[in-house]
Design a protein around this ligand. Structure first.
Ligand SMILES: Nc1ncnc2c1ncn2[C@@H]1O[C@H](COP(=O)(O)OP(=O)(O)OP(=O)(O)O)[C@@H](O)[C@H]1O
Ligand SMILES: Cc1ncc(C[n+]2csc(CCO)c2C)c(N)n1
Length: 255
């Protein structure tokens, strides 16, 4: 869940740049396109987990000299993708390698369970009531995996203590909740292109801060969907009757 004040859900997708109480970085199994971006995310994160073959991707993206500076807290999954030499290396440097053979749940889900069990966000003198998780490389590969990632965003709404952002070098995607959402989108980080996608079924939305704003606009697949929209302000407000996906480009200059 986002931070909320008086029923307004507040979203800060640029918090991967610097977050006072830290965030969790979850690395999935897709090729790392830009290691500079991953290193940037890594440095600001407080806790890092790889989903199964995500461990191979990390291992392969770094040379021997750099590898020791980028060791995750854990690698979790059914471990059918993690190569033996990669597993051996990370186990030997103290990474918690967790094998869960269950074939009714995904490595992504197993990683979220691990994070819930092992990571408590903290900030001195302040109550932190949710965990922010940036998931790197959750979209854009196999379509069933991409939809599973979107499914995890829906699960996170009912699991109120979790706020998940799916991000890559290209953009960031997250699920807006029913009601009013206020999204902070600094223009040096995001844009111009964005979209609002009714992944959970028909919804009625009202927006403020976009070039093509809409009012009481029914959105549904087969009806109308706002893609190729453009940011017009640094704070965008979306009122929605059902959860809808918000997606926005990240500027390469950020990292
Ligand atoms: N091509 C991809 N696109 C998007 N996400 C991916 C892709 N490949 C893997 N993932 C994510 O990374 C996690 C770990 O991937 P890995 O390939 O190790 O899993 P897997 O258990 O072998 O997958 P499966 O059995 O579904 O093929 C997956 O649970 C999935 O969330
Ligand atoms: C209805 C149904 N569909 C697919 C799977 C397969 N499956 C889902 S998660 C998972 C593990 C992937 O690492 C596997 C193999 C299932 N069990 N039940």
């Amino acid at each position: 869940m986002p931070t909320s004040t008086d029923q307004i859900a507040l979203w800060d997708p640029s918090s991967f740049r610097n977050q006072p109480h830290g965030y969790v970085l979850l690395l999935l199994n897709q090729q790392i396109k830009d290691i500079t971006f991953l290193k940037y995310l890594w440095t600001n994160a407080k806790f890092r987990v790889c989903g199964d073959g995500g461990g191979n991707q990390l291992y392969d993206a770094l040379d021997e000299k750099q590898r020791g500076a980028y060791t995750p807290n854990a690698i979790c999954g059914d471990l059918d993708s993690l190569r033996p030499e990669v597993q051996e290396y990370y186990a030997s440097v103290g990474v918690d390698v967790v094998h869960d053979p269950d074939q009714d749940s995904t490595d992504f889900g197993k990683c979220l369970d691990y994070i819930q069990k092992h990571y408590r966000p903290s900030i001195p003198g302040k109550l932190v009531d949710h965990v922010t998780i940036f998931v790197y490389n959750a979209l854009g590969g196999r379509m069933d995996h991409a939809f599973h990632s979107i499914h995890q965003l829906h699960l996170a709404i009912s699991q109120q203590r979790r706020k998940i952002f799916l991000l890559s070098e290209e953009g960031i995607t997250f699920l807006l909740v029913k009601g009013e959402n206020q999204i902070s989108l600094p223009k040096e980080v995001f844009g111009p292109a964005c979209g609002i996608i009714p992944v959970g079924g028909p919804s009625v939305i009202t927006t403020k801060g976009l070039v093509w704003d809409v009012t009481d606009w029914e959105t549904t697949f087969g009806g109308k969907v706002s893609t190729s929209n453009v940011l017009n302000e640094e704070v965008v407000t979306v009122f929605t009757t059902e959860p809808v996906l918000f997606t926005v480009e990240i500027k390469a200059a950020v990292f």
